[in-house]
Design a protein around this ligand. Structure first.
Ligand SMILES: O=C(NCCO)c1cc(-c2ccc(F)cc2)cc(O)c1O
Ligand SMILES: [Mg+2]
Length: 214
């Protein structure tokens, strides 16, 4: 009986999903969020769009900003080709602790590395500490006021190269106006909005896909 929502989500996953089966864990989290407690996972509707974008890109190296409980980490990692890796950054240690357990329960720990701490500190360490050249896909889903500064930091660190695909959650709700203005007006990005709905809700939201042109 967890005391926090993430703890209650973990307990629900361990009781109602099939261990080692990411699809079972993903659908179980969606049932928890629809029938028990709303939670800020990307969800099943935006999740389907994310799945399609991941499959189209067939990425080797994916970076996720904002792990929360690991729901989108599972959605991404289950679609990676053999040898593909997901690095996911989470500032909140309580969230990171739960995410690691949900990722382990789903059996995807060999493909996912959860990095704890402020993204502003972790991003400059990626190349040297994790032997990363360029990111193929970056899924941005952390604090909405950090989308733009972290995108600029990723550019400065040389982690965004020609063909890198940025996928940003919540560009409509809660909204990331400065980030949207940047990627939509920059000559270095080609951007496209995928209209959808806020997770487990009828409010409009969507994903913004932005390809770096070099
Ligand atoms: O803050 C968010 N993520 C970073 C957490 O460290 C986040 C928030 C919301 C949301 C919140 C409150 C509400 F009323 C509506 C939406 C939704 C999301 O998808 C999110 O990713
Ligand atoms: Mg989100």
């Amino acid at each position: 009986k967890g005391s926090s929502k993430p703890q209650r989500m973990l307990s629900y996953v361990q009781r109602h999903s099939k261990r080692g089966d990411p699809d079972s864990v993903i659908s179980t989290i969606d049932i928890f969020c629809r029938s028990k407690e709303w939670a800020m996972n990307v969800g099943d509707e935006k999740g389907l769009i994310l799945d399609k974008l991941i499959c189209e890109a067939n990425p080797s190296i994916v970076l996720e900003l904002g792990t929360y409980c690991g729901y989108s980490s599972l959605r991404i990692a289950r679609l990676l080709p053999p040898g593909g890796r997901l690095f996911t950054m989470e500032f909140n240690p309580a969230y990171a602790k739960i995410a690691k357990q949900i990722i382990a329960w789903a059996g995807l720990e060999s493909k996912i590395q959860v990095l704890e701490g402020p993204s502003g500190d972790l991003i400059p360490q990626l190349k040297k500490k994790h032997a990363i050249e360029k990111c193929d896909i970056i899924f941005i889903d952390h604090w909405k006021d950090c989308y733009l500064p972290d995108t600029k930091l990723l550019e400065e660190c040389g982690l965004i190269g020609k063909g890198t695909v940025l996928i940003a959650d919540n560009v409509t709700f809660p909204g990331t106006p400065d980030y949207l203005e940047y990627v939509r007006n920059s000559p270095h990005y080609s951007s496209q909005y995928f209209k959808s709905y806020l997770e487990y809700s009828k409010t409009e939201d969507g994903l913004e896909k932005s390809v770096f042109l070099g």
